[in-house]
Design a protein around this ligand. Structure first.
Ligand SMILES: [Zn+2]
Length: 80
């Protein structure tokens, strides 16, 4: 496993680490997809919100479009 200390930015957004409430990982301030196989059809936060920016402290965040997510990940050098 990785470090146990989450990193947050000045606005309280989770940058790197694990959100226990949502049961999802964040890397570079964005949610990372869960490791479940596609066939499971899971609705994990990390799958539904993959590539979205983590919300500021006290905010729930918003749902990003697929195109926005593609741009988000492309900026990180990751193709969806
Ligand atoms: Zn999952």
């Amino acid at each position: 496993m990785r470090q146990s200390t989450n990193e947050y930015d000045a606005e309280g957004r989770l940058v790197n680490g694990y959100d226990y409430q949502r049961q999802a990982w964040a890397v570079a301030g964005r949610w990372v997809r869960c490791g479940h196989p596609e066939a499971m059809g899971c609705r994990c936060w990390g799958k539904v919100h993959e590539g979205e920016e983590t919300p500021k402290k006290g905010e729930t965040g918003r749902t990003w479009t697929r195109e926005e997510n593609k741009r988000n990940w492309a900026a990180l050098g990751i193709a969806l």
